[in-house]
Design a protein around this ligand. Structure first.
Ligand SMILES: [Zn+2]
Length: 236
């Protein structure tokens, strides 16, 4: 084969190879898939309640609120991130947010709650969710319930959307989202915010459910669906 034809064939081959290589890359760049994720550009702060020396509510078998609140928050974070959101947790492990050298549980509690609000200020999220569990002396109460500060209609809508999805998916309650004045982080979050009480450790059947990974996953998925509804409705 003459050298010239060999060179032309080589160049043709190289051109085909380059176009083959670049085709999928261009397709990928032109794809709008990642732009259409439902929570793209959304920033969300999740606050697993309590932590460290503050265990929160306790079940009959010594199950503590702080552990389940963290696990469900992490599962919820996974759903939200897959939908494109940027998510920050106020804590990733078993600790409170007080300064390390502060002594006394009461003083630590004050600092902890103020630092959670400061965390929200710093991250400047679109929404803020604080995740807790309940326990009462009576064992009859069960089911999840969301709360909001009455000063913000958007917080009310957020709490209602989450409560609606929990009722639809889990069917574990008939209660409505409820306005509450006394929760410091809701009052001072300064953006759409909801407290999600995911269940009662004091109810024996619900305690078993709350400890199960499947139920924690379902709870996280229900809250996630509520967040999705909140944002999709807000966009209309
Ligand atoms: Zn709590």
């Amino acid at each position: 084969m003459p050298k010239k034809i060999g060179l032309i064939l080589w160049l043709l081959g190289a051109a085909v190879l380059i176009s083959l290589l670049s085709y999928p890359i261009e397709r990928h760049i032109n794809s709008t898939d990642f732009l259409t994720l439902p929570l793209a550009d959304r920033v969300i702060v999740l606050d697993p309640g309590h932590g460290g020396p503050d265990g929160g509510a306790v079940g009959a078998d010594q199950t503590v609120e702080k552990d389940i609140a963290l696990t469900v928050s992490q599962k919820l974070r996974d759903y939200l991130v897959q939908a494109g959101a940027t998510v920050y947790l106020t804590r990733e492990k078993d600790r409170d947010l007080a300064n390390p050298d502060t002594r006394g549980i009461a003083q630590r509690k004050v600092e902890d709650i103020k630092n959670r609000v400061a965390f929200v200020e710093e991250k400047d999220p679109d929404i803020f969710l604080t995740i807790h569990l309940n326990a009462l002396s009576s064992t009859q109460w069960r089911g999840a319930q969301t709360f909001y500060h009455p000063s913000r209609p958007d917080s009310k809508r957020l709490a209602e959307q989450i409560q609606t999805e929990i009722i639809a998916s889990l069917g574990n309650t008939t209660r409505d989202a409820l306005a509450i004045n006394s929760v410091y982080v809701l009052k001072h979050a300064n953006r759409p915010a909801s407290l999600v009480e995911i269940g009662f450790l004091s109810n024996p059947d619900e305690l078993t459910l709350l400890k199960s990974s499947d139920y924690q996953e379902q709870m996280a998925a229900s809250i996630y669906l509520g967040v999705l509804s909140y944002f999709s409705e807000g966009d209309q």
